[in-house]
Write a protein that binds this ligand. Structure first.
Ligand code: GLC
Ligand code: GLC
Length: 831
């Protein structure tokens, strides 16, 4: 079949199936099908080399898990080929096609004949939402709401359901309407006890029912003067075609006579009238039952849509409906009586089952090619094991270069001047301040021999967004004002408590309480700060207020604070990871590997770091890697996608923090948005319409990613999230959006995993260990709130670092406690 702009061209040929094959070996039946197919291609001069998409109408009950797979549940009608039950019939056909050989066809879809009929009629009439067959067998399908279909995930939109209603009554539900003749038909069939409804309705059985009634009447002496012929006693001698002929308006009686005479009977005029009447009763019952079944289906549709009155079309096929002279009229009339509020149009389908199947295939093919294009775009985000190994190796190389202070290394590897883990002897009151993105947090801790029983008080202040871009003095004046307010609030203004200052940006420290900002990250662009000592800047701002003094004892990166608070709980914690708005890691490095620039003009570096601590035996210092910078010199260029380039170019720090832009909450939503833009421009999403909403930077925040990717989240909910963002989406769009989010966040988690793996293997090798148990303290919303991020990250580490056993310890706002612990440590001369 060729389909072009709503027009269909068809060529067809019918191949009979020899009766033996219907009851023989399944593979032989399928061989016959595929040989007929080849014959057809040859006869119609259809290229055997070119690839043809093929649809398979298979008119038996199958459980489908997709359009191109169906397990045969049971045979019906007169077929019972061996070895097919429970098997995938699409696969069986594919194998037969391979056995036949010499053709290039791809079986894309399998449909039931009812479904194909509905599709064919739906091609011309949008309202066609029911398919009906009354032929050799009987069955109906209809459009059901997805939310009612347990076997299929998703709860929006509709799907066509094949009722296979022929089996109605198999559980005894028709007990009270079944007659002795039905029981006899059933007993003599090759599927006794099954397809009870079908046996009362369909063409395969109507003639037989009439024969049994007529036979019984003759035996009772009510017909043919009690004469019974051998032919009348023989199964199958009266067919449905006979029944149809008997009921012809003009010649019905004449036909009846000749049919009976053909059975070696000599009917009187009264006999003929009576037999004709039997035919009418049997076929009338059939159309009544079909009307009842249809009424049930239509009522279901009506309820699903909450309609009082509605219009619907039913596509019909099947010999009984098509050839029996009275059948359609009776069916329509009874249906109208059962459902007066519903206007039903019946559409007769021509070659419906093959045409409809081809239409389904055409749609399937279009969807498949769209899916392929989406997959191509998303494949750029999928990293192989090899690629992750490469990222790990580059991270490691970046760490080494950074430690050696070689040229402009991608990783800054900043010394933190934090040497030891907290030991639980901390006591007294300490302050901690934390400059976050949009807020500033103040904390007062009262240690009572360690953190366990410490009392904590905190307050959060907002940072107006314009301060992220304005002059530095303004930002620090604002911070000083927050500090002042907090000290007032706690009533501790004149106590001169020591404070730890968490400044979650790369700072080049020369001591625990001094450090110049190397560069802003995470969207900050405040002027006059880079290259300045941030501790001094805060102190100067406080001085300008002339109301109190603050003793800033420690300048702390957020990763370091996190590691320290986790180390308090678990001494094996030697790594601190943040995956929130930004992405960064710190870890314990051997002093011998660290070059530091000390304050007081001591620039010798090396283990001198230990001297200022007052603790002789320290061997390690915590290093803030600033791994977000990986890729700044091009080392990630081979995995960076066009969307990543867009995100980078549109950021306030282009070319900087490339790894961070692939892995942190501040950027993932934007990577998703640019990918959605790309797919939309390709016409694969949002009907190809690039809306203003989609063009709005920042519209997809990372928290939405976390929501959208929740496992059991129904598409309807994805759609409502998108709708709230102003992105009107169909059900298919929602699926694609979810896939994009998944690809982007999965990659982020894998990359962080590769990074962690580089870090822990370095620690392991530093210590010459074959096996290393280590704990990673983690903070950040992406890690904590995203449904899959932590799992994927951990799996990646497991695969890439088989010699390490890693425990991930999520920290609850630990960074500030960690900063307070560090401050206490410095005060108690342990750092
Ligand atoms: C039988 C089959 C069903 C098919 C119908 C009409 O009832 O079980 O799948 O649709 O016949 O061919
Ligand atoms: C950015 C900062 C870094 C910080 C991280 C997490 O990468 O440069 O210092 O640790 O964000 O907040």
């Amino acid at each position: 079949m060729g389909i072009r702009r709503g027009e269909v061209e068809m060529e067809e040929k019918t191949y009979p199936i020899p009766k033996g094959l219907l009851e023989g070996k399944g593979s032989e039946l399928f061989d016959h099908v595929s040989e007929s197919l080849k014959d057809f291609l040859q006869e119609k001069n259809i290229s055997l080399e070119k690839k043809h998409p093929l649809a398979f109408t298979f008119s038996f009950p199958c459980e489908q898990s997709s359009l191109s797979q169906g397990l045969l549940l049971s045979w019906s009608k007169n077929v019972r080929a061996r070895g097919v039950l429970g098997k995938d019939v699409v696969q069986a056909l594919r194998e037969a096609i391979d056995r036949t050989g010499g053709m290039n066809v791809e079986v894309l879809a399998m449909v039931n004949d009812t479904v194909a009929t509905m599709m064919t009629c739906g091609f011309e009439d949008r309202r066609c939402e029911v398919g009906l067959i009354v032929g050799t067998g009987t069955n109906a399908c209809y459009m059901e709401e997805l939310r009612h279909i347990d076997l299929v995930e998703g709860d929006e939109g509709r799907m066509c359901v094949n009722t296979d209603w022929g089996a109605f009554g198999d559980d005894g539900a028709l007990k009270d309407v079944i007659t002795e003749y039905d029981r006899e038909v059933d007993a003599a069939s090759n599927n006794a006890g099954r397809q009870i409804f079908e046996k009362m309705v369909s063409g395969m059985y109507l003639g037989e029912l009439v024969r049994l009634v007529v036979l019984k009447m003759a035996r009772l002496g009510l017909l043919f003067d009690g004469h019974v012929s051998d032919a009348l006693k023989t199964k199958g001698k009266i067919t449905t075609a006979h029944v149809a002929a008997m009921e012809e308006t003009k010649n019905g009686l004449k036909n009846t006579r000749s049919i009976l005479m053909g059975l070696n009977l000599t009917p009187s005029q009264n006999d003929c009238v009576a037999v004709q009447h039997v035919g009418t009763i049997v076929s009338f019952r059939s159309s009544n039952l079909v009307a009842a079944g249809l009424a049930a289906i239509l009522t279901q549709i009506q309820r699903n849509r909450n309609l009082r009155t509605f219009r619907v079309s039913v596509g019909v096929d099947g010999t009984v409906y098509k050839t029996h002279p009275q059948y359609p009229k009776r069916l329509h009339k009874v249906l109208k009586r059962l459902l007066p509020e519903c206007r039903v149009r019946f559409i007769l389908s021509n070659s419906g089952s093959s045409k409809g199947a081809a239409l389904v295939t055409a749609v399937a093919q279009r969807l498949a090619s769209q899916k392929q294009k989406v997959d191509e775009t998303l494949s750029l985000f999928r990293l192989s094991y090899q690629q992750l190994q490469v990222v790990k190796a580059r991270m490691r190389a970046g760490m080494e270069a950074g430690l050696r202070r070689e040229g402009r290394s991608e990783l800054k590897m900043l010394p933190s001047f934090v040497y030891n883990s907290p030991d639980g002897t901390e006591h007294g009151k300490y302050l901690a301040f934390d400059l976050r993105g949009t807020n500033f947090k103040a904390l007062l801790v009262n240690f009572k021999n360690g953190l366990q029983k410490a009392e904590l008080y905190n307050k959060i202040y907002t940072i107006p967004p314009e301060m992220m871009q304005g002059p530095g003095a303004e930002l620090f004046d604002h911070i000083a004002e927050c500090v002042s307010d907090f000290l007032d609030y706690m009533g501790i203004k004149n106590l001169g408590l020591p404070a730890g200052f968490i400044f979650p940006f790369p700072c080049k420290q020369t001591a625990i309480d001094a450090g110049t900002l190397v560069c802003w990250t995470k969207g900050f662009k405040t002027t006059d700060c880079e290259g300045h000592d941030v501790v001094k800047m805060l102190q100067e701002a406080i001085k300008r207020r002339k109301e109190f003094e603050l003793d800033i004892t420690a300048l702390v990166n957020d990763t370091v604070g996190t590691m320290m608070s986790c180390a308090y709980e678990d001494p094996q914690c030697e790594v601190g990871l943040i995956v929130g708005a930004g992405s960064n890691v710190c870890y314990m490095e051997e002093l011998r590997n660290i070059e530091t620039e000390q304050r007081d003009g001591n620039e010798e570096g090396g283990t001198d770091g230990a001297k200022t601590t007052g603790v002789a035996e320290v061997e390690r210092m915590c290093i803030n890697t600033e791994w977000g910078g990986l890729g700044e010199a091009g080392s990630l260029d081979d995995i960076i996608t066009p969307s990543d380039v867009e995100v980078d170019q549109n950021s306030v720090n282009p070319e900087k923090q490339r790894f961070e832009k692939l892995t942190s909450g501040m950027y993932l939503g934007e990577v998703v948005r640019h990918t959605l833009l790309d797919l939309t421009r390709q016409g694969l999403l949002f009907r190809g319409r690039v809306t203003d909403a989609l063009k709005t930077p920042g519209i997809i925040q990372t928290k939405y990613l976390s929501q959208i990717e929740r496992d059991r989240l129904a598409l309807l909910q994805v759609r409502s999230i998108l709708q709230r963002l102003g992105l009107d989406s169909t059900c298919d769009d929602s699926i694609i959006v979810k896939e994009v989010c998944g690809a982007v966040s999965h990659r982020a988690a894998q990359l962080c995993g590769a990074g962690i793996s580089a870090v822990i293997d370095k620690i392991r090798e530093n210590r010459g260990l074959d096996h290393f148990d280590v704990t990673v303290g983690v903070e950040g919303k992406l890690y904590k709130l995203h449904p899959h991020f932590s799992r994927v990250l951990q799996e990646t580490v497991r695969v890439l670092s088989p010699q390490c056993r890693v425990t991930f310890l999520p920290s609850e706002e630990g960074r500030m406690k960690g900063a307070a612990l560090i401050t206490a440590g410095v005060r108690q001369m342990k750092m």
